[in-house]
Design a protein around this ligand. Structure first.
Ligand code: ZN
Ligand code: FE
Length: 256
């Protein structure tokens, strides 16, 4: 039972990797190192030594740093069992509902397929921290590349059941564009209007918009609100099943 220190590391053009440091044992993980250099730099600044690499999925902007980091630190690589063949250097294959320890911190694996077939999220209950990769973004969600809309909706529904105070640490700074899109779906949502203002202010100041709390996300992220009558009506599908509404909202976002 240990709380993590979390350090956000900007990598590539708009990705975030995260350092997770468990202070009792010194165990230190990195989530989704898209490139090694900024992660090495951040580790050096903190004086931490890497023990674990955690990948939410196999895309290069999430795994590009695996090989050099694993070589330098001899770190364990934790990723989905379904991605054994496509995660560089995988040493610990995990699946839905399984837990593992990062030092004294408990991690629970949530299978959240849709963006890719093997996509997982990492939930650290003692830290109330969710690392959602490209499945759930702040005010958005990932494109559905390998699954179906129904599968992606089920994945989002699983994540939105986490506590209000859960912090969503996603893998991209896409929030401002997501907010602009969300307003095309729910222009009268006051929580969303306030968030859009805050986000614009943060970006103007060059600051990150990630993380956000699950309560904020449930109130304003249209992809988590596909069972709200207002969202169904906004996309011309009053009374439709949430996975149908999700498919239409996602289709509109793909062309936004
Ligand atoms: Zn991706
Ligand atoms: Fe990505």
């Amino acid at each position: 039972m240990a709380r993590l220190e979390i350090v956000q590391v900007p990598v590539l053009s708009d990705n975030y990797a995260y350092l997770l440091h468990e202070p009792e044992t010194g165990a230190t993980g990195v989530v989704d190192p898209g490139a090694a250099e900024p992660v090495q730099q951040a580790l050096k600044e903190q004086g931490w030594s890497l023990t674990h690499i955690l990948n939410t999925h196999h895309h290069g902007d999430h795994t590009g740093g695996n090989a050099p980091l694993q070589k330098q630190y001899d770190a364990a690589v934790v990723a989905s069992r379904e991605d054994q063949q496509r995660i560089p250097g995988l040493t610990h294959a995990v699946g839905d509902g399984e837990t593992f320890m990062l030092g004294n911190a408990t991690a629970t694996v949530l299978a959240v397929p849709g963006h890719t077939g093997g996509h997982i999220a990492f939930w650290f209950p003692e830290s109330l921290a969710l690392f959602s990769g490209d499945a759930l973004f702040v005010l958005g969600c990932g494109r559905v590349f390998e699954g179906t809309p129904a599968m992606m909706w089920a994945s989002l529904d699983k994540m939105r059941r986490l506590p209000d105070e859960a912090q969503v640490y996603c893998a991209h700074e896409y929030t401002q564009k997501n907010a602009q899109f969300a307003l095309t779906i729910e222009q009268d949502n006051e929580a969303l209007q306030r968030r859009a203002q805050t986000i614009a202010d943060l970006r103007r100041a060059g600051r990150p918009t990630v993380p956000a709390s699950m309560a904020e996300e449930r109130a304003a992220n249209p992809f988590l609100r596909c069972d709200e009558p207002a969202v169904a009506e906004a996309v011309g599908l009053p009374g439709a099943a949430p996975e149908k509404v999700f498919a239409e909202v996602r289709r509109r976002k793909d062309g936004f």
